[in-house]
Design a protein around this ligand. Structure first.
Ligand SMILES: Nc1ncnc2c1ncn2[C@@H]1O[C@H](COP(=O)(O)OP(=O)(O)OP(=O)(O)O)[C@@H](O)[C@H]1O
Ligand SMILES: [Mg+2]
Length: 363
């Protein structure tokens, strides 16, 4: 799926602007604080229903306005698609081909997208939350059942955690198996899909990393905990694990095991990247994982996602920049930077100069 046209109305610093994208490389360039990232954010939001940089949607509405609107016309192997999102103080309304979407799950999977910005270094440097967020957004785009299982898992987990804080311990012991019967089913679905995704992602990330570093470094990406077996077997294992931890969970007042605690190990040249990697190594590892995500989307769905590269060029040395641009061949890319260097991007690129929340035309 490729986005042909994007319209932003009262979105962040845009009042009313229309972008026409080509199917290859689109470079949004301009000075700082003009609206480049805002446009990239709008694209990702429309694809996933999530902003890559804020959790409060109200922030997306242009200051002084009551609502924001993002709409796009896209085209893919299955035909054309119109998608729009209206965000107000009280919520949002998403429409696909004019039909109102009632389940969040149905926003996903219309247009796939992969977002990469310097912020994604947190994928390597930060705690497990960031890595789970990465897995959740990726796998949810590829699998609605995953998104639904994850939402249910989180809901039951919250109820289980509330129960664990109850002072009536006998009642807690009696009730836990009832919750866990359901919880372990969703936990197994989440763990199974994540494991499947990581199994596909790891070798691709490792080979892209070897290419970006000219074979000088070796990346390994693997789940901290290995879930093996069918979904039914996993559910049984997770149920037993929950049961074995009753006492500890009651003492702690929260659920201490399950997919909400899982993590990914990211290793460069045999050492833990989180603790030992340099800035450049971290950046290249994060980029390799993101580019691998692009390939897995293509392998799994048959279509390349829209790749968004926000402000990543200035952080890479010239050979890595060139290799990165080389990798964007054949997939729709929206890249933001301050200078659209011709030597790097070539003549075929669609250059869009952004200034003060507007496209500067005729340049
Ligand atoms: N809700 C909003 N309403 C109005 N303006 C906003 C809103 N949210 C953000 N802005 C403004 O949008 C401007 C542009 O932000 P953006 O992050 O897109 O800049 P940028 O072009 O990517 O700059 P840089 O090169 O520094 O990354 C900022 O000045 C910011 O204050
Ligand atoms: Mg920016």
């Amino acid at each position: 799926m490729q986005i042909k046209k994007l319209i932003l109305k009262n979105f962040r610093n845009y009042e009313d602007e229309t972008f026409c994208f080509n199917e290859n490389l689109n470079v949004l360039f301009g000075k700082n604080a003009q609206g480049k990232t805002n446009c990239a954010e709008a694209v990702f939001y429309l694809c996933t229903g999530t902003s890559p940089r804020c959790r409060r949607e109200k922030q997306l509405i242009r200051h002084g306005c009551s609502s924001a609107e993002i709409s796009a016309v896209a085209e893919g192997v299955y035909g054309a698609l119109e998608i729009s999102a209206t965000i107000t103080e009280s919520g949002r309304e998403v429409r696909v081909n004019g039909n109102k979407i009632t389940r969040n799950a149905d926003i996903l999977g219309n247009i796939f997208s992969v977002f990469f910005s310097p912020h994604e270094l947190r994928l390597i440097q930060d705690g497990p939350d960031e890595r789970r967020r990465f897995l959740n957004i990726s796998v949810s785009q590829l699998s609605k059942p995953y998104y639904i299982a994850l939402s249910r898992y989180n809901k039951i987990l919250e109820q289980r955690n509330n129960l664990l804080k109850n002072k009536d311990v006998a009642m807690v012991y009696d009730t836990l198996p009832v919750w866990d019967e359901q919880l372990c089913r969703y936990a197994a679905a989440v763990a199974y899909k994540r494991a499947e995704f990581i199994t596909k992602l790891s070798p691709v990330a490792e080979s892209i990393h070897a290419e970006l570093t000219d074979g000088a470094e070796k990346l390994v990406v693997k789940p901290e905990k290995n879930y093996k077996g069918s979904e039914t077997e996993l559910a049984e294992k997770l149920f037993n694990e929950l049961s074995a931890n009753y006492e500890r969970d009651i003492r702690l007042g929260f659920t201490s095991s399950g997919p909400h605690r899982d993590d990914l190990d990211i290793i460069i040249n045999g050492t833990d990247a989180k603790t030992f990697a340099s800035q450049g190594q971290t950046r290249t590892a994060a980029l390799s994982i993101k580019l691998a995500e692009v390939e897995i989307f293509k392998q799994t769905s048959g279509e390349y996602p829209v790749l968004i590269l926000d402000d990543v060029m200035s952080e890479l040395d010239l050979p890595r920049r060139k290799r990165l641009v080389g990798r964007t061949q054949g997939l729709q890319t929206i890249l933001t930077c301050t200078h659209a260097e011709r030597v790097l991007y070539g003549k075929e690129v669609n250059k869009i100069l952004i200034s003060g929340g507007r496209i500067k035309r005729g340049t």
